[in-house]
Design a protein around this ligand. Structure first.
Ligand SMILES: Nc1ncnc2c1ncn2[C@@H]1O[C@H](COP(=O)(O)OP(=O)(O)OP(=O)(O)O)[C@@H](O)[C@H]1O
Ligand SMILES: [Mg+2]
Length: 269
């Protein structure tokens, strides 16, 4: 008989179904994808679902300000301001770093991040807590080869604090996948968002690429982002891989960059 696993709802029923019930409690999951594919909005759903269930939330935002996250959440019917007022949510603003902000980071480094998150967790008190780090890439902008080491450090320290974690990692053709590479290996799971343009229209997709302990769905699902609602799963798609894959030339470049970054930190030879 296998050990019973407690699963954490993502806030999107269809994605929970794809995950055989949700994300195992205590996991650190990488949320990856190109710009504008829905990573931040997925993280907002995840935090909102926790608040709804009486759990605590910590949202670290590096690319958008705290108020931008509050506005975005409100467009889907989630009241993050109230969460803060009720001391159930802390938004750590790592973009608008000012002395006036109650929760901010003095520097964009993993040690500072971990320290602040623990401070927030202590402030929120006992109980299951959801943590979002959006995005992890910001912590090694000037040293992409450190991605794996930093991710490992962050996961190792924070996993002792009873938190289920989403860590977003961007990848764009211009930055090369080397940015996100470290997170994805260290993570217990990978949920990948994608996009494509067909018939002149932007389409978005989500796929569970990895989830330890989970007989997850292996199909790609088309999603939509709807005002007032957020992420809506349309259904599995029969799209061919070529429709959403990066061009061959780009893939080769990414593979080359990956090899280099692994070598730089001595993880492979
Ligand atoms: N109120 C809304 N109604 C419908 N769609 C919206 C609404 N707000 C945002 N969107 C869509 O969601 C997109 C942004 O999604 P999101 O912020 O989750 O992307 P992301 O994957 O986090 O991107 P990045 O890597 O740049 O941070 C917008 O570009 C827009 O298409
Ligand atoms: Mg984002």
């Amino acid at each position: 008989m296998s050990v019973k696993i407690e699963r954490v709802s993502t806030g999107i029923p269809k994605i929970d179904e794809m995950l055989a019930g949700g994300i195992p409690r205590g996991f650190a999951v990488a949320i990856t994808g190109e710009p504008g594919t829905g990573k931040t909005i997925f993280c907002i759903h995840f935090i909102a679902e926790g608040l709804k269930r009486g759990e605590k939330g910590v949202f670290v935002t590096t690319e958008e300000s705290r108020s931008s996250i509050i506005v975005q959440a409100s467009q889907f019917g989630f009241d993050f301001k109230r969460g803060e007022e009720e001391k159930r949510l802390v938004i750590i603003d790592a973009l608008m770093r000012s002395d006036k902000a109650p929760w901010t980071l003095s520097a964009l480094n993993p040690e500072e991040l971990v320290q602040k998150v623990i401070e927030a967790k202590k402030y929120l008190g006992y109980g299951p807590t959801r943590l979002v780090i959006d995005s992890m890439s910001a912590f090694w902008l000037d040293a992409p080869a450190m991605a794996r080491r930093h991710s490992y450090f962050i996961k190792r320290v924070l996993s002792q604090w009873d938190m289920t974690i989403l860590m977003t990692s961007q990848y764009a053709v211009t930055t090369s996948e080397a940015f996100g590479f470290g997170v994805e290996h260290v993570a217990d799971g990978i949920i990948r968002f994608r996009r494509s343009v067909s018939g002149g229209v932007l389409r978005r997709f989500v796929m569970v690429e990895k989830m330890r302990w989970t007989p997850h769905d292996k199909r790609m699902y088309e999603i939509d982002i709807v005002d007032g609602k957020g992420i809506v799963v349309i259904g599995p798609t029969s799209l061919r891989k070529e429709d959403v894959a990066l061009p061959q030339k780009v893939t080769e470049k990414i593979i080359k960059a990956k090899g280099k970054s692994e070598k730089e930190i001595g993880l492979s030879d």
